[in-house]
Design a protein around this ligand. Structure first.
Ligand SMILES: [Zn+2]
Ligand SMILES: [Zn+2]
Length: 150
């Protein structure tokens, strides 16, 4: 299970990024952060709109784009053409994604610290030949979610 960050802490983190960029935490952005906080996985704009039918697609797009630019929110690429959004890793912590190739669902997953270290070590060993200094990694597992595998 992904570690959930409490909503007030999410607001603080987003507000700090806005302040750094001399931007206001508008009610539209605040509401979007609250909607996004209700999910523990990357979601499409359609999923966001479904939970708050009063939001307009254009305002959600605009506010999402603003938060992506500030690096408070990041885009996640899945197995379909739909862009999904989640809070940036420096806000919700490092994690990985389980990507379903059948329905497109993307779930977060975390691995133990020791596994993270093994991954970094293995990647650095493989990257040594290219003279590449590994600073981090992105790792997705691709396959079938529980519902699609059943
Ligand atoms: Zn699925
Ligand atoms: Zn990792």
């Amino acid at each position: 299970m992904p570690a959930r960050v409490a909503v007030p802490a999410l607001h603080d983190a987003v507000q700090a990024k806005l302040r750094e960029a001399d931007q206001l935490y508008t009610s539209g952005r605040r509401e979007l952060v609250e909607v996004l906080a209700g999910f523990d996985r990357p979601v499409t704009i359609y999923e966001l709109l479904e939970t708050r039918p009063k939001l307009t697609q254009s305002s959600v797009y605009r506010n999402l784009a603003g938060l992506v630019e500030l690096e408070a929110v990041q885009k996640v690429v899945g197995a379909d053409d739909r862009v999904r959004y989640e809070f940036a890793e420096d806000i919700i912590g490092h994690h990985h994604h389980l990507i379903c190739t059948e329905c497109g669902r993307v779930d977060d997953f975390r691995v133990p610290r020791s596994t993270e270290r093994s991954l970094d070590t293995a990647l650095q060993r493989a990257a040594d030949a290219a003279g590449f200094a590994v600073a981090g990694h992105r790792l997705d597992a691709v396959g079938l979610c529980a519902a699609c595998a059943a």
